[in-house]
Write a protein that binds this ligand. Structure first.
Ligand code: ATP
Length: 361
């Protein structure tokens, strides 16, 4: 069981600039008073009374902490310390200062598949590690794939945000309707028992976007997106995939399988010829292929715009905290929700999926 220190975090750390905001609070740069080292402090508001709709259940934070403590790996953000006051818990995390991987890529003129593969390898190594520990992330998306800093060569991937992650106990049946529509697996939408294979679906979606700049299931509305996922409505449009190698498409196809058991595991992905070519012909094919940078830049610009739009809308709606019941994907009680900081559910019903964790074990 993790130790939540009762001391005041500010006695140990100077609180600095905001690095990012989530649905449950802010992440700020903090400076350790004794060493002068910089860290990231994730400030999470805790629900004061059980029936309150504001803040997170303490048990939910305990779960995030327990998981972070179990996953020490070069490609996973490290947890240093945890402080607790009456109203909030502060996670002191390794400072990840290189920004999001997608932003880093979008700044480039072009990117060969071989270069994209080096990033994929690190993501898969991190996932292989957590999956071996029976932990699923359940919220893999570009915002949660960052670079440790701006100077490392090659850049070092860090997976962040274990707020929806789950540690499977032997024989446990776990269901959850949390996630982000573009990236969630069909079994999440249909409320089936989940496994680490749900993460592999998200890897399929992320790889598809990385290579083409298209989101495979994106509809005009979240409902349409979810329908496209359930209906497995995706294709490799030649217009966007003309630069892509057949091996890359094969890699994606073997992840975007409706049946979770048919999907490649992270370990299998690392052995797929697109990631680990065996023959000289496979090597040559990879070397000739590149990502659709023009469209990828467009995708990333739209993604960033939507993120800031959601943030502004959320701030404008702070007073309107009540959510209509009909908007929920599942009527189950909520385990993890916060409507105090950046609530964007009103105009985007399925974005509820992101922070509503209705789970049964
Ligand atoms: P969400 O509701 O989006 O899941 P959250 O409340 O769980 O968010 P995080 O996703 O962990 O919070 O963090 C929010 C943002 O803060 C991230 O998108 C990122 O920009 C920034 N951030 C998180 N952790 C770190 C870190 N260790 N170092 C630097 N920045 C970070």
């Amino acid at each position: 069981m993790a130790v939540f220190k009762p001391e005041n975090v500010e006695d140990f750390y100077e609180i600095g600039e905001v690095l990012g905001s989530g649905h449950f609070g802010q992440v700020r740069q903090v400076r350790e008073r004794t060493s002068g080292n910089f860290w990231a402090g994730k400030f999470l508001k805790i629900r004061k009374v059980a029936c309150s709709r504001l803040g997170l259940d303490r048990s939910s934070v305990e779960r995030e902490v327990e998981i972070l403590q179990a996953v020490q790996h070069p490609n996973i953000v490290a947890l240093k310390d945890v402080f607790e006051s009456r109203a909030e818990v502060v996670l002191i995390l390794e400072l990840v200062s290189g920004g999001e991987l997608f932003d880093f890529i979008a700044e480039k003129e072009n990117l060969l598949e071989t270069e994209a593969i080096e990033f994929m390898k690190q993501i898969l190594e991190g996932l292989k590690f957590i999956h071996c520990k029976n932990i699923a992330h359940f919220d893999l998306k570009p915002e949660n794939i960052m670079l440790s800093d701006k100077v490392s060569k090659p850049p070092n991937i860090k997976l962040i945000d274990f707020g929806l992650a789950h540690l499977f106990h032997p024989g446990e049946e776990y269901k959850s309707t949390s996630g982000t529509p573009q990236y969630i697996a069909p079994e999440v939408i249909s409320c089936q028992p989940l496994s680490t294979a749900a993460d592999m679906w998200s890897i399929g979606v992320i790889t598809y976007i990385l290579l083409s700049g298209l989101s495979p299931f994106q509809g005009d509305t979240d409902e349409e997106t979810l329908g496209n996922v359930i209906g497995m409505k995706y294709e490799f449009n030649e217009h966007y995939f003309s630069l892509t190698s057949p091996m890359a498409k094969d890699f994606i196809q073997k992840l975007l399988m409706k049946n979770p058991e048919d999907r490649m595991t992270a370990e299998e992905c690392l052995l797929h010829p697109w990631i680990k070519p065996i023959t000289p012909k496979q090597v040559a094919k990879r070397n000739r292929s590149s990502i659709n940078m023009k469209n990828f830049k467009k995708f990333n610009a739209r993604r960033k715009w939507k993120m800031s739009y959601n943030m502004v809308s959320a701030c404008n709606r702070l007073v309107n905290l009540r959510l209509p019941r009909k908007d929920t994907l599942s009527p189950d009680p909520l385990q993890r929700q916060c409507e105090s900081d950046v609530e964007d559910t009103e105009s985007k019903p399925a974005s509820l999926l992101r922070r509503r964790l209705s789970s049964s074990s």
